[in-house]
Design a protein around this ligand. Structure first.
Ligand code: HEM
Length: 514
């Protein structure tokens, strides 16, 4: 066997084995895995400020590994990206009229019309925001409360049912169904009924996929070029999403404009509207509502169930507060009694700190037509035009400079800290972000979370399921990428985070006699 033959053999091995292997590996690690949105060995710990796709790049050594917790207040992510971890940067970026959403947001567009989220034109965004905010402003939320309340009653009834059957409950799933059903009503006035009927439950997983898509495109815009291929690969998912959206639209259009307190009733006169999703300006907004409002609230609920089942002192204090403030289940609604539940609000705020649903970096950029003289300065750094900027939400919420013992669930910090410390924490706490694009759904989220927990504590006691089941959702000792803390609820950065667990067992409260 001569030398040329060996060379030939090596080249054949390279062409037929190594090249396909590398292609498969790259497509699996870079595209399919992050798109699928499932936790696995190639997902980075979010605390590094990169999460999702960048974790995959890092694994392939295509980017260097730098991390806030090790490297401090600002890290470079790629040639034109800076991620900060300070209060100064939060204000300099998100509250700065010279800075707005990065053009990356336009990559999220799904139909021919933009929605509020993927609109990067400042004036156009302002117009949409004015209309949409009305639908979820505090006053409108009060009118929507009876509908929300009905959905929460279904959630409670189903928990009671599982209690009766002595079932362990994966609460993450229940919260996803509840969150989806509430925003289905809020957006389209439509009963998705995922809590009671399993046939529409695929919607939540498809929406998680849509959210992972946004994340991948924002982390690596080049991947957007394979969208036509993805539409073929995920044709079934795309078709059924369009089918259900059309059904929701037809059902809603058959009713009077003001028959429901939903987004349609507020926006119908102000946005172009048509039965065809392609032409309508309103329906992409309503569809975005389901992504924005369903999964986010479900993440906070799941995380709060997790932390309360791990911190018995907090559990006891919250149970005591709820049971002392209300005398009957039907009193649990918005109003003075709910407002008096300070510890409940502190638990929600502490969960939003530890587990913000938008765990990653919300990218911003200096406006292209910025006429202001002088360079843009963020936290003392001069920023070259075109640089993408952001503060990583997970990192700043775990920065010990602002939150002592950052990994500990301590709702008391929101009630018992000194005025100075409280002011520091409030400036660094931004789960709804701040500025022109901050979340307009905050009032909906607080009411939903408060009612869910007040009613759950009214009817039940709960704890983590025994054995291995009870560890679902927790970090595991020995895991890589910082996922080794058994007391930390695990989130996966797919723009609006994914999660699984905790699994709980519930008991009916004896005091209620049920
Ligand atoms: C705990 C629950 C929630 C959290 C933590 C949250 C967080 C956020 C964040 C961080 C943004 C900014 C995203 C960005 O700049 O890229 C946002 C935007 C938005 N959220 Fe929420 N959200 C929650 C619930 C809701 C709910 C319940 C609704 C609607 C019913 C909603 C509707 C929206 C809308 C329409 C936007 C786009 C605002 C704009 O671009 O001007 N959110 N949310």
């Amino acid at each position: 066997m001569g030398f040329p033959y060996v060379l030939y053999l090596i080249s054949q091995i390279f062409i037929y084995i190594l090249v396909p292997y590398i292609c498969l590996l790259v497509s699996y690690r870079l595209i399919l895995h992050p798109l699928a949105g499932y936790p696995g060995p190639f997902w980075g710990k979010i605390s590094d400020g990169y999460g999702g796709f960048h974790a995959a790049l890092r694994r392939l050594h295509l980017i260097t590994y730098e991390n806030h917790i090790k490297y401090g207040s600002v890290v470079r992510q790629g040639p034109n990206r800076l991620v900060f971890n300070t209060v100064e940067a939060l204000q300099d970026i998100y509250l700065n009229p010279r800075v707005d959403k990065s053009s990356l947001y336009s990559l999220a567009k799904m139909s021919t019309q933009n929605n509020i989220f993927d609109t990067v034109d400042v004036r156009e965004h302002r117009r949409k925001r004015k209309i949409i905010s009305q639908a979820i402003a505090e006053r409108s939320v009060r009118m929507f409360e009876p509908t929300m309340s009905e959905q929460i009653d279904i959630f409670i009834k189903q928990l009671a049912n599982s209690c009766r059957l002595s079932e362990s409950i994966n609460i993450s799933k229940r919260c996803m169904w509840l969150g989806g059903d509430i925003v289905g009503h809020l957006a389209f006035g439509y009963p998705l009924e995922t809590q009671t009927d399993s046939s529409n439950r695929w919607l939540q997983s498809d929406l998680s996929l849509a959210s992972a898509r946004i994340n991948v495109y924002m982390q690596a815009p080049i991947v957007r070029n394979i969208e036509p291929l993805l539409r073929v690969l995920f044709a079934k998912a795309v078709a059924r999403s369009f089918e259900i959206t059309s059904k929701m639209i037809r059902t809603r259009l058959a009713l009077d404009k003001h028959a429901k307190r939903d987004l349609y009733s507020f926006a119908a006169d102000h946005m172009t509207n048509s039965e065809s999703l392609e032409d309508s300006e309103l329906w992409p907004e309503a569809f975005f509502f389901i992504i924005a409002g369903g999964n986010t609230a479900a993440t906070v609920m799941s995380a709060m169930f997790f932390y309360l089942s791990r911190y018995p002192e907090c559990y006891k204090r919250l149970a005591g507060e709820v049971r002392a403030n209300f005398h009957a289940a039907d009193e649990i609604q918005s109003g003075e009694q709910l407002r008096r539940c300070d510890y409940l609000r502190a638990c929600i705020n502490e969960t939003l700190r530890l587990s913000p649903p938008n765990t990653g970096t919300l990218w911003r950029q200096e406006l292209a037509d910025d006429k202001t003289r002088g360079p843009l300065v963020v936290d003392g750094h001069v920023i070259p035009p075109g640089t993408e900027l952001g503060v990583n939400m997970y990192s700043i919420h775990h920065n010990p400079k602002y939150f002592p013992d950052p990994f500990v669930f301590r709702p008391e910090r929101w009630l018992e800290s000194s005025t100075d410390q409280l002011s520091v924490m409030q400036k660094a706490w931004a789960p709804f972000t701040v500025g022109a694009h901050s979340c307009p759904g905050k009032a909906v989220a607080y009411l939903e979370l408060s009612l869910v927990f007040a009613r759950t504590f009214w009817y039940f006691d709960f704890e983590a399921a025994p054995g291995d089941l009870g560890h679902l959702g927790a970090g595991k000792v020995g895991s890589l990428y910082g996922r080794d803390n058994p007391n930390e609820y695990q989130l996966y950065d797919t723009f609006s985070a994914m999660h699984d667990g905790p699994v709980l067992v519930l008991r009916n409260r004896e005091a209620t006699g049920e």
